[in-house]
Design a protein around this ligand. Structure first.
Ligand code: UGA
Length: 422
């Protein structure tokens, strides 16, 4: 098939490359000149395992191309995927759907023949019918242009795998008569499946983080507790890792947008608990800053090393990253903060130019009074606690991700504190 992918950020670039890998002819539409240049040379605009390889392979073969021209896209494609971002609005909690809206306004007037437009962005429930109406009213082909909603569930770091072999496909269409391998449903259900999934994941993380607070108050161990809970197949162990909480471009803004949309729909009471989920999550980061302050004494002049800046490993994304938030707070309160991350340093530097960034984790810790392990990259688990103890000023560490072995680190002389751990 001849496919266009409109909006080539995280989701779009991955979708475009994977559709080419599945054998389709793909044209990506990207209006940001810098991103377009990178993509056209077969380079991913973000760090995502396997993505650059796929882009390079299919750009080289000519099966995948990129453009900034909607005219070219309208002529090229039978199917147009909308992969625009829906970030949190600058004022308030709502999701900003203006990129989607303007993409539809640019594309629709150019659709002179039958076409299928497929929305993949995460949207407030009620968005798809408005876009469907806009499409048919602006397109010369009128009702021969159809909209379907096919929300995306890819995880950063596993984006290529999740796109090529998704665990489910949800397809929202106007008349859900045909149900086979796909979950075929109406617009509202398709939109809600996506935000409910992210709300559930966020709730699961905040649940275990709330339990971690109780563990801290009682001397219980949240990791043992999560393992025990996880043996119950109805609960499951995944997304029960307590620590500094969730961040990134999806979970935080999606739960806020869900609360906002529920308010508009008159069911704010039903989603009120998500405010609590958000508050629990925010409290985790603050707790780490307080713990660091308690361990260091006055922050002014204290030397701190932060391992990890990305919101999670295998990603260079620092949007709403708990790790970078903690680093920034300690810096603003007077500490001398050095940061290391295997992939996210360019993005972190853009967001927090006043922090010091070093290329090597051991050099980052050299001479510091406190180490904070805040993003669980495998490389940090491989650090030798004995060797590291000999380069720091004081062997003190906060494990914000609860994945360093406390017994091993303490045996090497470290004062190790974790979150909700014995
Ligand atoms: C999330 C969802 O997992 C995807 O299914 C969804 O498609 C995507 O959002 C989206 O809406 O586009 P992603 O943001 O890539 O994917 O990241 P997650 O793997 O969900 O992690 C989110 C955050 O939760 C990270 O900061 C991670 O460190 C944190 N987390 C995760 C925990 O603190 N504890 C856990 O047990 C798991």
């Amino acid at each position: 098939m001849r496919i266009t992918v409109i909006g080539c950020g995280y989701l779009g670039a991955t979708h475009a490359a994977c559709m080419a890998e599945l054998g389709h002819e793909v044209l990506g539409v990207e209006v940001d000149a810098d991103k377009l240049k990178l993509l056209s040379s077969g380079t991913a605009p973000v760090f995502e395992p396997g993505l650059s390889e796929l882009l390079d392979k299919h750009v080289s073969s000519g099966q995948l191309r990129f453009t900034d021209s909607y005219e070219e896209a309208a002529v090229f494609g039978d199917v147009h995927f909308l992969c625009l971002g829906t970030p949190q609005k600058s004022f308030g909690l709502a999701a900003d759907t203006s990129y989607l809206d303007s993409a539809v306004r640019s594309l629709a007037p150019l659709l002179t023949g039958p076409a299928l437009v497929v929305g993949k962005s995460t949207v407030p429930v009620g968005t798809a019918p408005v876009l469907a109406e806009l499409l048919t009213s602006l397109a010369p082909a009128g009702t021969d242009v159809h909209l379907a909603w096919n929300p995306e569930f890819l995880r950063e770091g596993l984006a290529v795998q999740d796109t090529l072999a998704p665990d489910r496909l949800v397809m929202g269409i106007v008349d859900p008569a045909d149900e086979r391998l796909l979950v075929v449903t109406d617009f509202a259900t398709a939109e809600l499946v996506k935000v409910s999934a992210n709300a559930f994941l966020a709730t699961k993380i905040s649940f275990i983080n709330a339990i971690a607070e109780v563990c801290d108050a009682t001397g219980a161990d949240v990791v043992d507790l999560a393992d025990a809970l996880g043996y119950d197949a109805r609960i499951g162990r995944r997304f029960l890792n307590a620590g500094i909480g969730f961040g990134g471009g999806c979970l935080p803004k999606d739960i806020r947008a869900f609360v906002h949309r529920a308010g508009e729909l008159g069911v704010e009471d039903a989603m009120r608990f998500l405010r609590e989920v958000d508050l629990i999550n925010q409290r985790r980061r603050e707790h780490v800053v307080e713990l660091a302050t308690a361990m260091l004494g006055p922050l002014s002049g204290a030397r701190v090393s932060v391992l990890g800046a990305a919101f999670k490993p295998d990603s260079d994304d620092v949007r709403d990253s708990p790790a970078l938030w903690v680093a920034g707070q300690l810096h603003m309160r007077g500490a001398d903060v050095r940061v290391h991350d295997p992939q996210a340093m360019p993005n972190a530097r853009r967001m927090f130019p006043t922090l010091t960034y070093l290329d090597d984790p051991v050099a980052t810790c050299e001479g510091t009074d406190l180490v904070l392990h805040l993003t669980e990259w495998p490389v940090y688990r491989e650090l030798d606690p004995v060797a590291l103890a000999s380069v720091v000023a004081r062997p003190a560490i906060i494990d914000g991700r609860n994945c360093l072995d406390p017994t091993v680190w303490r045996a090497a002389g470290w004062d190790l504190r974790a979150l909700g751990r014995r």
